[in-house]
Design a protein around this ligand. Sequence first.
Ligand code: SF4
Ligand code: FES
Length: 252
Amino acid sequence: MKFKIKRFDGKNSKFDMFEIKPKPHMSVLEALFQIQDENDGTLAFRYSCRGAVCGSCAMLINKKQRLACRTQVSEIVGEKVLTVSPYGPLAKPEFKTGDEILVEPLPNLSLIKDLIVDMKPFFKHYESIKPWFDIENTNPEINLMSQEATKKIDKYASCILCGLCYGSCPVSARDKDYMGPAALAKAWRFYTDPRFPGREIMLSRVDFTNGVWACDHVYRCVEVCPKQVPPTNAITGLTRKIILQRIKNILR
Ligand code: SF4
Ligand code: FES
């Protein structure tokens, strides 16, 4: 089986072709290990848990944003893919040609080496919403969560910070100051948590041109998320709450 892999040495990019004998139930991550062991020890990629938990192995596989450890080789071999990437005025069709499996780094982030990208901008946006509880900012009245309240935040709390949504987002592609889907989904997770009394504070952290208002609402982030987090729904929720807050302020 052939793998066409994008390489980057700090200056130049190229594609290398590798041929391996796949094992049954092999994931793309395992194929990368095999290539590293048998063909080229310098091939660089990120991983940690190997079980879709740490989010480190996000990359573009056959032109789709996926986790390498969660993508089975047998499921994507021979796959023909046509995507439009990104959307909007910069849109261009992207084809995956050939029978080999095409592996590229996650888009929208600068390259460090081969399949390793610099995640700093992603985490900078994430940190900007201050996604944590602190002692002054926790409602001491609420220690136990109802099942209903837990359900509301569960689907947003399951984010593993893989960045697949960021790498698929057409707005992040053209605007590096856009907060991005994962940060906004996390803002909604805190906004809807009854233990977090600073709801208005959270709205103010995302209410600006490069925050919720920049979203194109094309649902690419929802489509690629391996944990079924729906960032676009979170963005719609935050936008609605900001508008309601503004109306309330006018009527006061
Ligand atoms: S929202 Fe989904 S795709 Fe985005 S970082 Fe979290 S787990 Fe990854
Ligand atoms: S190695 Fe942890 S998510 Fe893939």
